[in-house]
Design a protein around this ligand. Structure first.
Ligand code: UT7
Length: 325
């Protein structure tokens, strides 16, 4: 039997740190509010010249190095992102060229903050169907460029970064199961309204600040707590494993309260939950692969451990992957 295994991971975040105290000078907020409501203390902000593809490139090189795989060996590149360099061409194509991954086909995948989990599941199914090959799966964002820096309800939440994983076929267990879902009925809860076919860019859309993230935080919060539990239980059921088999739980890093509530509902003890939201805020599709890379490099995941990844976000979308390391 063949499995798709994670061969190496990498991540990259911009140098510039924006703290809660910095935000106190920008909008009507406080470190106390942000810390208690979200768990976030600081986030990274891309420089004007720092694009999503640049962050993706650094993360990808690190993942390739860790996997000891050359760019020419990659067959497929998928970039999960809601902040591509441009609407087209895809950020994945820019990455493919920058890496010199000449053999790879490449495309972006837009599934909100679930982008990386969706991309991982698609790459796994593709490699299994082909019966050969390697894929580069990336989650990369520069959300600071689509955040409304006058809106305190959203600007304190998001940050920039990228994470990547090289995956390939092996004869030992790797990705044990994946589970994906979507509900477009909740599309209006988290959106960027203007700039495409529904509302093309105009002076009016710019004036009304419609090129920025709009979110109904309370509704997304309730959805998130419910869906993290549901998606986790479903992927465990598919893999015929239980919560007790999970060595490390890596949920999307949006809000510490979502993470703690979901872990409590699932009965996962604190020491098995990976949290780095305090350092980076919500980096959308980059949050899970950055966390996975930090967990793996810091020795929190060892050979044979079972890791549970769970994402949720705009769409609405959700997804989980159960991986044996
Ligand atoms: O990646 C997936 C997408 N995102 C998420 O997962 C986010 C999900 N939602 C959340 O994390 C939370 O709903 C938020 C952190 C966004 C908000 O927390 P909350 O506890 O749901 O607060 P709230 O929206 O109910 O707001 C409470 C109060 C309001 O004031 P009033 O109406 O009670 O007077 C807000 O105006 O807090 C106020 N508020 C702020 N105060 C200081 C909102 N933002 C801020 C702020 N600083 N930055």
């Amino acid at each position: 039997m063949q499995w798709v295994r994670v061969l190496g991971t990498g991540s990259s975040v911009p140098e510039k740190v924006l703290t809660n105290f910095d935000l106190e000078h920008m909008v009507d907020t406080s470190d106390e509010w942000i810390t208690t409501r979200t768990g976030i203390k600081e986030r990274r902000i891309a420089a004007p010249s720092e694009t999503t593809s640049k962050l993706a490139l650094e993360a990808a090189w690190r993942a390739l190095e860790a996997a000891q795989v050359a760019p020419e060996e990659i067959d497929c590149i998928i970039v999960g992102t809601v902040t591509p360099d441009m609407l087209f061409p895809s950020t994945a194509c820019l990455l493919q060229h920058a890496l010199g991954a000449k053999r790879a086909f490449a495309f972006d995948l837009e599934a909100g903050c679930t982008g990386f989990v969706y991309a991982l599941a698609v790459a796994e199914k593709y490699l299994l169907a082909e019966g050969r090959g390697k894929a580069l799966v990336v989650g990369a964002e520069t959300l600071s460029k689509i955040v409304d820096w006058q809106d305190r309800a959203t600007c304190v939440l998001f940050g920039d970064g990228a994470g990547a994983a090289v995956v390939g076929l092996g004869d030992r267990p790797g990705i044990l199961a994946t589970y994906l879902g979507a509900d477009g009925g909740g599309a209006h809860l988290l959106e960027l309204p203007a700039g495409c076919s529904r509302m093309p860019a105009s002076f009016e859309t710019v004036e009304k600040r419609l090129h920025y993230i709009k979110m109904n935080g309370n509704e997304v919060f309730k959805f998130a707590v419910r869906i993290v539990e549901e998606a986790s239980l479903e992927v465990l059921r598919k893999a015929q494993k239980t919560v007790d088999d999970v060595k490390l739980f890596i949920p999307h890093q949006a809000n510490i309260r979502i993470i703690q509530s979901a872990a409590k509902r699932l009965g996962i003890p604190e020491e098995k939950v990976f949290v780095n939201v305090e350092k980076y805020g919500n980096t959308s599709s980059a949050s899970i692969p950055i966390a996975l890379d930090e967990a793996s490099r810091s020795g929190r995941i060892r050979e044979g451990d079972i890791v549970l990844l769970v994402g949720f976000g705009a769409g609405l979308t959700w997804g989980a992957a159960l991986i044996q390391w």
